[in-house]
Design a binder for this molecule. Structure first.
Ligand SMILES: [Zn+2]
Ligand SMILES: [Zn+2]
Length: 388
């Protein structure tokens, strides 16, 4: 049980070494559970029936208000911790441990949220947790994510994935082509038509449509009777996303008609929502960083950038005031999910940034437990949603 006394940095290194892909983070979650139990947290293992999830809780004084830190610890299959979730794990556990040491009243939680990358069974586990009411008794959620720069209040895109299956009719392509109906033609027509739609969408809605043809036939002399496409459709505007999905469905329907094939459209996985930004919380955390001489773009600069990706943290931000702090562990412009970011997740810069994140998040949590005005302002922002 020597592992229970690991430092934040050694914990991050150990999880980097474990390198467990989403939904099979057994050693990583166990390490965090042991550390938190040793520090006096009560731990529910397999939280909500999710094998590698957990919820650790420590009550101080009156036990109110309640703050949660979200830990991720999944690696990318084949590459390892090239998204740096080993650092998120350590940041969450040790921010919670420090918070419990410096507050007078409150409940401190660490929620272990597996499979952020969505490569396994519990893909987007935070969405499952949000839907099952895991955050109902929590007043504030704090998280962090390594990056090539510090930033606060980054927005994200709503995304839903779709599978489109076309069914045609196979026939000999030379002897009796008139009897065949090509599911591959339907797939190619769809792929082309979606490319054409891309030009005619609202530019301010940050629409992204990315698709592949996964199956398109087995032999060139047999009419392909089955084809399969998968698409991710994203936007920063939830209503407009619905409009685009309707157009996408119309395209599939039209392409099926044109090729005399049948089709089925299936939704894959959960809906990742947009992040609800909390200006009071964002402002406070950015000011803390500036106080600590950390260069961080202004909130206006961050908000003026088009959102790049999607995250299940966004679904949490829709049900409880929440913020995910981006912290720099690599030089600007480093590609993510790469060998460079894999090394960055155990770099000297990461070690220094991890300590800053733990300080900033725990001090934010402390201020939240101390100041009723801060809590009220955060709550008001959450209800009014001034960024909408
Ligand atoms: Zn990632
Ligand atoms: Zn990530």
């Amino acid at each position: 049980m020597n592992d229970v006394n690991l430092s934040p940095w050694d914990t991050a290194l150990r999880i980097h070494e474990y390198s467990e892909p989403g939904s099979s983070e057994f050693k990583s979650s166990e390490l965090l559970i042991n550390i938190l139990r040793y520090k006096g947290f009560n731990v529910i293992d397999h939280y909500l029936g999710i094998e590698t999830a957990f919820r650790a809780t420590k009550k101080v004084g009156s036990g109110k208000p309640s703050v949660a830190f979200l830990a991720e610890y999944d690696a990318l299959p084949g590459i390892g911790h090239a998204c740096g979730h080993n650092l998120i794990a350590s940041a969450a556990a040790f921010s919670a441990i420090r918070t419990a040491e410096i507050i007078s009243n409150g409940t401190v939680n660490v929620i272990g949220t597996p499979d952020e990358e969505g490569t396994g069974r519990w893909s987007g586990s935070k969405i499952i947790m949000a839907e099952k009411g895991a955050f109902k008794d929590i007043n504030l959620v704090l998280g962090s994510h390594p990056s090539d720069e510090w930033s606060v209040g980054r927005r994200s895109l709503l995304v839903r994935d779709y599978a489109v299956e076309f069914k045609g009719f196979s026939s000999h392509e030379a002897a009796s082509p008139e009897l065949g109906r090509s599911a591959l033609d339907a797939a190619i027509l769809t792929y082309t038509a979606v490319n054409m739609l891309r030009q005619h969408v609202r530019r301010d809605a940050n629409v992204v449509m990315h698709g592949i043809i996964k199956e398109g036939g087995k032999a060139s002399n047999v009419t392909p009777d089955r084809s399969l496409l998968t698409y991710g459709i994203r936007s920063s505007d939830p209503d407009y996303h619905g409009t685009i999905v309707e157009k996408f469905r119309t395209i599939v329907d039209g392409c099926a008609k044109a090729t005399f094939t049948d089709y089925e459209i299936r939704e894959i996985g959960p809906l990742f929502s947009i992040t609800k930004i909390n200006p009071t919380l964002s402002n406070y955390i950015r000011n803390k960083l500036i106080e600590m001489n950390v260069a961080c773009p202004t909130l206006q600069e961050t908000w003026s950038l088009p959102p790049g990706g999607s995250t299940d943290f966004a679904n949490v931000s829709q049900v409880v005031p929440a913020l995910e702090l981006d912290f720099q562990v690599a030089r600007r412009g480093t590609p993510w999910h790469s060998n460079e970011s894999l090394k960055a997740a155990i770099s000297d810069m990461a070690r220094k940034s991890l300590n800053i994140v733990i300080r900033v998040l725990s001090e934010t949590a402390k201020y939240f437990t101390d100041s009723e005005e801060f809590r009220d302002n955060i709550r008001r922002d959450f209800i009014d949603d001034p960024m909408k």
